[in-house]
Structure formats: C-alpha cells, structure tokens
Design a protein around this ligand. Structure first.
Ligand code: NAD
Ligand code: TDX
Length: 334
C-alpha cells in the first residue's frame, strides 16, 4: 500500500528521470505518476529501467483538464517540466513562455483547487550573474535579475508560486539549483555535448573565451535535496541547492580531454552566446543547516569520469539525437 502518490512533471527529462529512478529505488512506498509531453527533450527510454514501477502519462502541463484530473488523485506534485535550454530560448522564446509560465500557472490552479502539496523546481539563473571576483554568492535573499528568455520565464514561474502561496495558501516550496551533470542529460547541454563530441573524435567547442563559470552539482545530489525539501522543508520557503562546484568552462573541457587522453589544448573557441551569464555561485547554507543535506559527489573530476563512462556505455540512448542537435548549433556558428 503506497503511503504517498506523487505526480512528477517532466519525468522523462534529464533531472526528472533521475528523480523518478531515485524515488523508485530509495522510497518504494511512494506511487509515482509521471506527466511528460515528450518534447524533443523528453525520452521515455530514460524511464525504461523503472517502467514497471510507475504510471506514465503523455501530456502537456498546460492542459488544464488533464492536469486537474491527475492532481485530483495525487498527494503532492514535483514540477520539473520546462523548456530548459538557454540557446533554444534565444532562437525562439515562445515555447518557454507557454510551458514555463502558463504550464506552472495551470499546475498552481490545480493544486489550489485540490489542496495538494507542491514543490517547484527552479534554477540559480533567476538571480542573473556575478563578476568573476565577486566574493558574494547567490542566497535565498538575492534579488531576481534574469538575463535570458529561459531564465526570465523561470523567474516568472517562481513569482507565481510565491503569489499562490501567499494569496491562496497553496502549500508550496521552491528550490533553485545550480548546473547539473550526470546520466540522461540531453546532448545539447555543455557537458554531454563535449563528451559525445570526444567519443566521435570531434574537438570540444567553447563559447567565447571559455572563461564563464558554472557551479556544478551531480544530479543525484540535487534530487536527494529535492526529496528532503518535499518531505521536511518548511512550506512557503525557498531553498538554494549547490555543491560548491565552481569551475570555468575551459577547465571542464580540459578535464574531459584528460579523461579521453587527448592534449589539453585540443578544443575550439566558437561564437559566444548573446547575453552569456558570466558566473553563477550558490550559497546552500540554509539547506545544509536546516535539513542536514550535503553533497555526496564532492570530487568533480570523479563525477565527470563517471559521466563519461555512462555516455560511453549508453550510446544507443544519445546517438539518435546527436546529428540534429549539431545541425542546430551549426546554424549559429556554435
Ligand atoms: P530537460 O529539458 O532535460 O527535461 C524537460 C522535460 O520536460 C522533458 O522530458 C520534456 O519532454 C518535458 N516537457 C517540456 N515541456 C513540457 C510540457 N509543456 N508539458 C509536459 N512536459 C514537458 O530539463 P532538465 O535539465 O531536466 O530540467 C528540469 C527542471 O530543472 C527544469 O525546470 C529546469 O529549469 C530545472 N533546472 C535545471 C538545471 C540543469 O542544470 N539542467 C539546473 C537547475 C534547475
Ligand atoms: O557547446 C557549448 N559550449 C559552451 O561553452 C555549450 C552547449 C555551452 N557552453 C557554455 C555555456 C555556459 O557557460 O557552457 C556553460 C553551460 O552551458 P549549458 O549547458 O547550456 O547550461 P547553462 O546555460 O549554464 O544552463 C544550465 O544550468 C542552469 C541548464 O541548461 C539550465 O536548465 C539550468 O537552469
């Protein structure tokens, strides 16, 4: 008998699929229902290892009738579904407004009607960026200052959640996490793109001078934090999730080249991303002190090597998307 029925939106995407794997293996008394539209970024194959243990519904988070019927029979919602790639948001922002803003609104109205607990997955990008030498890091109190269509729609969705909590008493929490890496990440994203290029003998491609800094966290550490916030977080609160993993992009590529036994300078500098955020950095003290969470992947080079091994072992998963992804990048010289 399940103790909780959990609706996971975006469960066929990178972080959502890893979250579903985590819940099925670590919390087997939870019944999981996945709602995912299977956009270009979603892949049911990412759920194949747990397919017999979950219910999968293909559909849109902005479909109010469908969302209402699913929320009505669940105890809690974790909302991962989003358009998630900055470069795509520069080429065509509309799906980002539709899914990230209207989709979140649709879920909030449903959880409001049915009195269901809601956890909202967001990003550190809502805070804008930092200078390379800024001693401050993002904290829960940092003012919102998003740069891209992607991050502005995530910021808008966070604002809706806060307002639905205050005005309608929706039992919501929000987490803003830094850059994730690990298995099942789409080959459009930085790390899997470079790994799969290297597997194909292609040189990694760094935007601009490669000096932008991201604060890397392994997806399993992110998802363990999400579970803790869902179960023990204070309703109405926001928690930042980060693992003190700041690295510049050039260092990441050099580490990957080393794993592949290639010369450290064997990469190309390509057209920069317009409006490219310089640096993200998370202070996760609140999460660590209140909920006792800490990351298990403390060594980034080891986590990266594990991820390389996963892409080497799972070529059948990523290969079908590689050529079309690179064709899209070729159009912007990236
Ligand atoms: P992803 O692009 O890999 O997966 C998104 C999933 O959502 C896909 O399965 C897609 O099919 C689904 N989806 C898209 N539009 C939908 C719609 N209208 N209805 C239903 N399903 C839809 O993204 P990800 O990297 O796994 O990110 C998941 C969440 O985590 C997002 O909310 C993102 O903003 C947030 N986040 C990501 C990172 C990161 O580093 N990847 C960091 C912090 C926060
Ligand atoms: O080929 C590339 N070369 C390159 O130098 C690609 C694809 C990216 N980059 C750079 C851009 C960024 O500085 O690498 C960094 C990481 O790029 P992305 O993987 O596109 O991630 P980012 O834009 O930082 O956003 C990610 O983290 C925050 C996720 O895609 C978001 O969903 C999340 O909110």
């Amino acid at each position: 008998m399940a103790t909780m029925r959990l609706l996971v939106t975006g469960g066929a995407g990178f972080i959502g699929a890893n979250f579903v794997h985590h819940v099925v293996s670590e919390h087997p008394d939870t019944a999981v229902v996945v709602l995912d539209a299977l956009t270009y970024a979603g892949d049911e194959a990412s759920l194949a290892p747990v397919a017999g243990s979950i219910e999968f519904v293909q559909g849109d988070v902005a479909d109010a009738d469908l969302v209402d019927s699913l929320v009505a029979r669940c105890d809690a919602v974790v909302h991962f579904a989003a358009e998630s790639h900055n470069d795509n948001s520069l080429a065509n922002p509309w799906p980002f407004v539709q899914t990230n803003v209207i989709g979140t609104y649709t879920l909030l109205e449903a959880v409001r009607r049915h009195g269901v607990r809601y956890h909202h997955i967001s990003t550190d990008e809502v805070y804008g960026d930092l200078e390379l030498d800024d001693p401050e890091r993002f904290a829960e109190t940092t003012p919102y200052n998003p740069s891209s269509p992607y991050s502005s729609t995530k910021a808008a969705s966070d604002m809706l959640v806060r307002a639905w909590g205050r005005s309608f008493g929706v039992a919501a929490t929000i987490s803003n996490c830094s850059n994730n890496y690990g298995p099942y990440q789409h080959v459009e994203k930085f790390i899997p793109r470079q790994i799969t290029n290297l597997i194909d003998g292609v040189r990694p491609r760094l935007y601009g001078q490669g000096l932008n800094v991201r604060d890397w966290i392994h997806v399993e550490d992110h998802n363990r934090a999400v579970w803790e916030i869902l179960m023990r977080g204070r309703v109405g609160e926001t928690y930042l999730i980060g693992a003190d993993g700041e690295e510049n992009n050039r260092t990441v590529v050099e580490t990957l080249l080393e794993v592949f036994g290639r010369p450290r300078e064997d990469y190309d500098l390509v057209t920069d991303r317009p409006g490219h955020d310089l640096r993200y950095a998370i202070d996760s003290t609140k999460l660590r002190e209140e909920l006792g969470w800490s990351p298990r992947y403390s060594d980034f080079a080891t986590g990266l090597a594990d991820t390389v091994a996963w892409y080497r072992d799972n070529e059948a998963w990523w290969r079908p998307r590689k050529a079309a992804t690179e064709a899209k990048y070729a159009r912007t010289g990236q």
